[in-house]
Design a protein. Structure first.
Lengths: 349, 523, 314
């Protein structure tokens, strides 16, 4: 069996295979639904209704999409340069920690100054966290997949330690949670009385900025060159290690914004369950978006819709809500296969 | 080329009526729109040595890959000893007695000679690997065919010539009756080539039949009984070697008159690039440099001859900027260099054509435009305030494509889709466009067809006439002889003294390549 | 301080160390086989989860322990086949597919668990493997208990190291496997299918990984709960590097690591809450990172690791 590169495919073909990927995902989901004793024809509409069937549902989907846009961007940026950042979860939590450290009253500043300051500090923390494994990669040749993964566990333990220690909320009735951030550090709601907050807008802006960087700037070009062929990039005079470090800083910063956004915009404080795996789901979002920053917005909303819809469906139809994660993981595998098939033809001889 | 060789056999030893050892019937193979093999038929008789002659891209390797089972032909059949051969199955080919010495050796470097030879020869379901049986058999074959080797030596410790011996032993170990050698002398010194031809004689004496793939006319004349000429995928001629002339075969191979480039008298200017007593670490498998001194003058082509693995890759890396000297001095335009990198090399005006266009010369999945600015994207012409000017980049790509005759679908096409020759012309254009004062051309015509080779040679000569100092590194001694104003030989990390065009004979060059004769300049 | 040192002489410490090492040994051997053939299998964490659930659930549903182990191995093999199909003939990124398999396998496991036991809050227990003391040898002080008074599954773990080493270095198929990870072209030229060998390696390796996961539910914790693998899969990847892709060295690495893990638990108890327990829990992960850094410079990894193979020249 051989793979033969196809010349530039038409738009129709480029879309055909991802559509087939989504179809394959739905087939797998249907099988699981049947195994749970329910009918796909009643379950799937429930998922759709739960995700977009009312103003509440739509807003909930967009709210859930916000952290996924950030982590999706973080992973997309890193993967473009073939920097395997699997540590977005840790970077998210660090962003949350910094938000709580600076935002619970330590700095008596007005919101217009405080919020950007906290944003910037969170990004710096996330950037530094990924810089460690990046340095290990460039200086010592240590594979960043394992180091970023192991850091996830270390950082979550660290957060647990802080929440039971210095960051513990004295009014919290003994639960490991932090104090609430002050009003000046909170991201305002976009619509009064609903959960959708400014973080969503910031995420969309971040996606636009990232897209401009990737397409139009020197750094974006260097990142892509390094990701495609690091040897040729080095030969051409591209400062490969510096590019990887810049990529790490950008990626870590974006992931940390997810944590900032969840704390300052949605939850108001830091707890151990701040993220139900947004860092890992961000990988799926990035791959579904084909590493395109604008695509990340759509992919994040799509993935969020699956989760929100499945939660709602699970409450009424009784199919375990884990089906959402299965669907998302299946979508990743089928999408990656579909991407290959748009660019290469399989020759059986 | 080689002076002391036994004469070619008068003809095949079996009588003409016997079943041919190998028969190919109308083999056709297409890769998309490209027809790599077009209805090729021929026979091989027992004890015969036939040469498959053709330039790069003519379809020789594809044909042999079909024979060996790496590819499946779209049409046609293969018969070994009268029995049809299953397609696409290397195991079937091996069992039928076909052995192949690939152009790029298929050896696991960290494993030993014995392990490489015995790999795949004992049933996978056996609970124990019979090392001593393998050892005995290898020893016997080594002695019978004069291919001395230490079975426990790791491949990394072997020279290129010795590795080729392992490849031949692999085939003999599996009782090959037909041996295919794909460009076997590309990596050998002249004396190693003689030794190989002697081995082939021995093999023929033992009843083996040989297919010898080459684009080198003199070797084909020296060793084969019959010549099959391939051109653009078709078998255009079949001749008895004894009755043919070199020029006849050359014309058949190329199909047209290709004039050798006329080389004007060199007018060497000042020294622009100099190495004084430089030593370095080795680069990958290549040897390290050992107290090397070199002076490149403006308007002069310096040819570096030598068998690969003697330090050429290291010298190239040094000039390209990916390696810094460990000791000694490097100077450009009489200024000593302290801070070295690929970027620095470009800034100092070195144009580089790397040896491997896929691994280092281009970024396969990026577009032609993105590739063409890869060395100059930071200049004000292509970027300002950190933003790239894609319009300027595209215009530049179109200019290069036009001026260097690069056939590509569009400047936005992925460069992976270009043929080797067009990719190389693009790389040439990228390197020569800024009119560099120093040019590193490392195997610039490897794998190119005659038209592209001639194009590259012409452009290099033009650059030299404009005053560039060129270092031409090539395994093809003919190319070196045709283009170089002065020739240096590299052996074991050291350089010989330079000689002007015509000063040294081929035999003398061969001896230097093999490590004899005058050695490197004193450090 | 002296008490900290005394821990090293306690029998219970070494018994715990060997027990903690057992799942790591299985999974590390599994990953080693995959990587020796040239395939990085990042699905290890998910496959261990699958194995943990499959084995436990078989016993919970009435099967005997060894059937559970077999089912776990088969389940692991299936996910390994999925991984191999995507990465070997299709040549998809081994990083992305591996993470995808981990996410897929883990979520599928959790879904199935919730489906099978919908109302459960405390995970139900099964009767696990019982310790099987080897007569005579188990009476040796300290080490006798630690090495020869373990469950049959632990003995199997050690046996697997010997078997993997034997196959790798003394059989024709092991020779081919090592060659496939070094230069697939060499293997193809000798008439062996690179695709077949790599798929086979990943399937077998994944089966071993799943047995490692099953150990946790069938010999250590006796029940299945979420997040129980807890990063052990990633640690095994570090152990393969630390062991230079050699079974014997990897075994030593696993035991050293497990000893350290057992040690930090006891150190925690000694410190009596003065030092936050999270710091102790962090140490195994930090140690793995440290081990990777120390070994990275000299790492002699299989040359063809993570490089997909395309048949035919050029």
């Amino acid at each position: 069996m051989r793979l033969e590169p196809k010349p530039a495919p038409s738009l129709g073909v480029t879309l055909l295979f991802p559509v087939m990927a989504i179809a394959a995902t739905l087939v797998v989901a249907a099988l699981l639904v049947l195994a749970a004793g329910a009918s796909p024809f009643s379950v799937f509409p429930l998922i759709v209704k739960g995700a977009a069937g009312s103003q509440f549902a739509i807003l909930e989907t967009l709210t859930r999409a916000t952290p996924l846009i950030f982590t999706g961007l973080a992973v997309a940026v890193a993967f473009r340069a073939r920097l395997w950042n699997i540590g977005a979860e840790a970077q998210l939590y660090i962003g949350g920690v910094v938000t709580v450290v600076l935002g619970t009253g330590a700095l008596p500043l007005p919101a217009i100054v405080l919020i950007p300051l906290i944003m910037f500090a969170s990004m710096a923390a996330g950037a530094l966290l990924l810089a460690g494994p990046a340095v290990l990669k460039t200086r010592f040749g240590v594979d960043e997949v394992v180091t970023t993964l192991l850091l996830n566990f270390i950082v979550i333990l660290f957060v647990s330690m802080l929440l039971e220690g210095v960051l513990k909320d004295p009014m919290g009735l003994g639960w490991p949670q932090s104090q609430r951030v002050v009003a000046d550090a909170q991201l305002p709601r976009i619509i009064q009385g609903k959960r959708l907050h400014l973080g969503f807008a910031i995420a969309v802006v971040a996606a636009l900025v990232t897209w401009v960087v990737m397409k139009k700037t020197v750094l974006g070009y260097e990142m892509r060159a390094v990701g495609h062929n690091i040897g040729a990039a080095r030969f051409a005079g591209i400062p490969v290690n510096r590019v990887l470090m810049k990529t790490a800083l950008l990626s870590g910063g974006l992931a940390a914004l997810a944590g900032f956004s969840e704390v300052a915009g949605l939850k108001g404080n830091l707890t151990l369950d701040l993220s139900p795996g947004y860092g890992y789901t961000g990988i799926v979002v990035a791959m579904l978006a084909m590493l395109n920053p604008l695509g990340v917005i759509a992919a994040a909303i799509f993935v969020a819709a699956i989760f929100v819809g499945s939660d709602a469906m699970s409450r009424s139809a009784g199919v375990p809500s884990y089906i959402a994660q299965v669907m998302v993981a299946t979508a990743l595998l089928t999408m990656v296969t579909a991407l290959l098939l748009t660019r290469y033809r399989i020759r059986w001889k | 080329m080689t002076n002391a060789l036994p004469e070619p056999d008068a003809g095949p030893q079996a009588d003409a009526g016997a079943t041919p050892v190998l028969r190919l019937g109308s083999i056709t193979k297409r890769f998309g729109p490209l027809v790599a093999n077009d209805a090729i038929s021929f026979e091989l008789r027992k004890g015969e040595v036939i040469a498959l002659l053709g330039e790069n891209g003519a379809g020789k390797t594809t044909l042999m890959n079909i024979l060996f089972g790496h590819y499946v032909a779209d049409e046609g059949s293969v018969e070994v000893m009268g029995k049809p051969l299953a397609a696409g199955d290397p195991r079937a080919a091996l069992d039928a007695g076909i052995g192949m010495v690939h152009q790029h050796f298929t050896l696991a470097e960290s494993m030993t000679v014995l392990e490489n030879i015995a790999l795949g020869t004992q049933s996978a379901w056996k609970p124990r690997f019979d090392r001593s049986a393998a050892r005995q058999r290898i020893a016997r074959l080594s002695a019978d065919f004069g291919l001395a080797l230490d079975p426990d030596a790791p491949i990394t410790s072997l020279s290129v010539g010795e590795r080729q011996r392992v490849e031949i032993l692999k085939a003999l170990y599996r009782d090959a009756r037909i041996l295919i050698l794909d460009e076997p002398t590309a990596v050998l010194t002249p004396s190693e080539t003689d030794a190989l031809f002697g081995t082939l004689k021995l093999l023929v004496g033992q009843g083996l039949s040989i297919i010898f793939i080459s684009h080198k006319l003199h070797e084909v004349m020296a060793v084969s009984d019959r010549v099959l000429v391939l051109r653009a995928g078709r078998l255009v001629a079949e001749r008895k070697t004894a009755g043919s002339s070199r020029s006849e075969l050359a014309a058949l191979m190329v199909g047209q008159e290709v004039a050798s480039p006329t080389v004007a008298e060199p007018k060497p200017g000042p020294v622009v690039f100099e190495l004084k007593g430089v030593s370095t670490q080795g680069q990958g498998n290549a040897a390290r440099l050992d107290g090397v001194s070199l002076a490149l003058r403006a308007g002069e082509i310096t040819g570096l001859a030598g068998v690969s693995g003697n330090g050429q890759a290291t010298l190239a890396a040094l000039m390209a900027g990916t390696l810094s000297p460990a000791s000694g001095e490097m100077a450009i335009r009489a200024q000593a260099i302290s801070d070295w990198s690929p970027r620095a090399a470009l800034v100092h005006g070195i144009g580089r054509i790397p040896e491997d266009r896929h691994a280092f010369g281009t970024i396969g999945d990026m577009s032609v435009t993105e590739n063409v600015i890869s060395e100059r994207y930071r200049t004000p012409r292509f970027s300002r305030y950190g933003f790239l000017d894609w319009k300027a980049a595209r215009a530049f790509a179109e200019a290069i494509v036009r001026d260097y005759d690069v056939k590509c679908p569009s400047p936005e096409a992925r460069i992976r889709l270009l043929s080797g020759g067009n990719m190389q012309k693009l790389i040439l254009g990228r390197a020569l466009d800024p009119d560099p004062a120093i040019i590193l051309a490392n195997q610039p015509t490897r794998g190119l067809d005659v038209g592209a080779v001639s194009f590259v040679h012409r452009r290099l000569l033009e650059a030299r006439d404009r005053g560039a100092a060129i270092l031409l590194i090539s395994e093809d001694l003919e190319e070196i002889l045709a283009l170089s104003d002065q020739i240096i030989v590299m052996s074991k990390g050291r350089l010989s003294t330079p000689s002007k065009r015509g000063q040294r004979s081929i035999r003398e060059l061969g001896e230097l390549m093999a490590g004899q004769g005058d050695s490197a300049d004193a450090a | 301080m002296e008490q900290a040192f005394d821990i090293l002489f306690q029998t219970s410490f070494w018994v715990a160390a060997i027990r903690i090492a057992s799942p790591l040994i299985f999974a590390t051997m599994g990953e080693l086989i995959c990587e020796r053939a040239g395939v990085l299998n990042l699905g290890i964490e998910g496959i261990m989860t699958v194995g943990a659930f499959a084995g436990w659930f078989t016993v919970y549903s009435g099967g005997d322990l060894w059937t559970g182990v077999l089912v776990a191995a088969l389940a692991g093999a299936c996910f390994g086949l999925l991984h191999a199909t995507l990465t070997v003939p299709l040549g998809l990124s081994q990083h992305v597919v591996g993470i995808g398999i981990t996410l897929f396998a883990t979520s599928l496991t959790y879904f199935t668990y919730r489906l099978a036991l919908p109302e459960v809050t405390t995970p139900p227990k099964i009767v696990p493997f019982q310790p099987l003391p080897i007569p005579g040898l188990s009476s040796i002080p300290v080490l006798g208990q630690a090495l020869f008074s373990q469950t049959a599954l632990t003995y199997l773990a050690f046996a697997s190291v010997a078997i993997v080493a034997w196959v790798l270095y003394r059989t024709p198929v092991g020779l081919a496997l090592r060659a496939v990870g070094e230069n697939p072209a060499a293997v193809e030229a000798q008439g062996i299918s690179v695709t077949g060998m790599r798929i086979g390696a990943v399937v077998v390796g994944s089966a071993l990984m799943a047995v490692g996961g099953a150990f946790l539910t069938m010999s250590a914790f006796n029940s299945f709960f979420f997040e129980m693998i807890n990063g052990r899969g990633w640690i095994c990847i570090a152990l393969v590097v630390f062991g230079s892709w050699r079974p014997g060295k990897a075994l030593i690495g696993a035991i050293l690591f497990a000893a350290f893990d057992a040690y930090q638990v006891r150190l925690q108890q000694l410190s009596g809450g003065v030092v936050p327990y999270q710091l102790f829990l962090m140490m195994p992960y930090a140690l793995s990172i440290l081990a990777l850094i120390l070994v990275a410079r000299r790492a002699t990894y299989p040359k063809a690791l993570m490089i997909p193979y395309q048949k035919g020249e050029r």
